[in-house]
Design a protein around this ligand. Structure first.
Ligand SMILES: *Cc1c(COP(=O)(O)O)cnc(C)c1O
Length: 218
């Protein structure tokens, strides 16, 4: 087994163990490999090992890397997990099937406009600034309901809520808060958890975990 394959297997086992503890079906958790800063070779190794969901955080980097990979691997789903400027909406809609960083109505408008032009309908997560941090992306907690309703009224499928908890503090209370917001607004999907905390995220209801370092480095 390649190193990539054994890392992938290990992460899948840890996700399954966390799901079992929470009496959840491990099949309800999608593992997304965050491939930002990683080269095509490392990505291809993971694809060969069976990984199908990948994410990038910058449109320019994704544009430079992914078109040939997607041409060769039509069953790969590419996600956007980084801050998105409206003037990058055309490229984002062309490249990404799922966008985790919708945080304002003007960006939704830009994605819908480009979606109409290109005949594409990326699914979107509403990103929540769950730790109410000045510099972080995501909409403010009181704005979640309005943005969720705007997506529901749009042609784009609502994938769920997404958040990145503050660094350096216990993330579980933030995961629990995101799950509570999702319940309150009748939203099913929860994109939360990264290399350091995906087990806790899965136990608290994550349906998508975004793992970079732990999948790409020993
Ligand atoms: C980089 C990144 C990740 C993955 O982080 P790791 O700690 O390397 O697993 C997850 N989500 C977002 C939004 C990221 O930018």
């Amino acid at each position: 087994m390649s190193d990539a394959a054994s890392r992938l297997k290990g992460i899948r086992e840890r996700i399954a163990a966390a799901a079992k503890l929470a009496r959840r079906d491990p099949g309800d958790v999608t593992l997304i490999a965050v491939s930002k800063t990683r080269g095509a070779d490392a990505i291809v190794e993971l694809i060969a090992a069976g990984q199908r969901d990948f994410a990038e955080s910058r449109v320019q980097e994704a544009l430079a890397k992914w078109p040939p990979l997607l041409a060769d691997h039509a069953d790969v789903t590419l996600h956007c997990v980084g801050r998105l400027q409206s003037n990058k909406a055309a490229e984002a809609v062309r490249l990404f099937s799922v966008i985790h960083s919708l945080d304002r109505a003007s960006l939704l408008d830009a994605l819908v406009r480009e979606g109409d032009k290109q005949g594409r309908r990326p699914a979107v997560y509403v990103q929540v600034n769950i730790g109410e941090e000045e510099q972080k992306g995501g909409c403010a907690i009181p704005e979640v309901g309005e943005l969720v309703e705007a997506v529901r009224a749009s042609p784009l499928p609502l994938a769920g809520l997404m958040a990145i908890p503050p660094l350096g503090v216990e993330p579980a209370p933030y995961f629990a808060l995101l799950a509570e917001l999702a319940r309150r607004h009748g939203v099913a999907g929860l994109s939360m958890g990264m290399s350091g905390d995906f087990k806790s995220a899965v136990m608290l209801g994550a349906t998508a975990v975004r793992v970079g370092t732990a999948l790409f480095e020993d």
